[in-house]
Design a binder for this molecule. Structure first.
Ligand SMILES: [Zn+2]
Ligand SMILES: [Zn+2]
Length: 84
C-alpha cells in the first residue's frame, strides 16, 4: 500500500476507515467502497477507492467487501420474507 500524503501540509494521511461502503444498498451499480484517510494536522478527509480485495458472493455473484454481508442477498431475503 502506497502512502497517502495531504496535499495541503505534505503530511502522511492516517487511515480512518477501510473498505467503507458508500451509496445505497438498493442501488447495486452505484455502490462503491472507499478507504477514508484523514490528515492528522489539518484534518482534511481524503477518499480513495478501497484497496481491500472484494469478494464475490457465491449465491448471486455480486461483488462486495469481505467486511460486510452481501447486500443483494440481504435484500432478496427481505423480499422473500415480505412475499410469504
Ligand atoms: Zn493536512
Ligand atoms: Zn449475494
Amino acid at each position: 500500500m502506497s502512502e497517502k500524503i495531504c496535499p495541503i501540509c505534505n503530511k502522511a494521511l492516517k487511515l480512518r476507515e477501510s473498505g467503507y461502503p458508500m451509496g445505497s444498498a438498493f442501488l447495486k451499480a452505484d455502490r462503491v467502497h472507499v478507504d477514508i484517510y484523514e490528515c492528522p494536522v489539518c484534518h482534511k478527509i481524503e477518499l480513495f477507492a478501497a484497496e481491500t480485495d472484494m469478494v464475490t458472493c457465491p449465491k448471486c455473484g455480486s461483488l462486495h467487501s469481505p467486511k460486510e454481508a452481501c447486500a443483494v442477498c440481504a435484500l432478496n431475503a427481505a423480499l422473500d420474507e415480505a412475499n410469504k
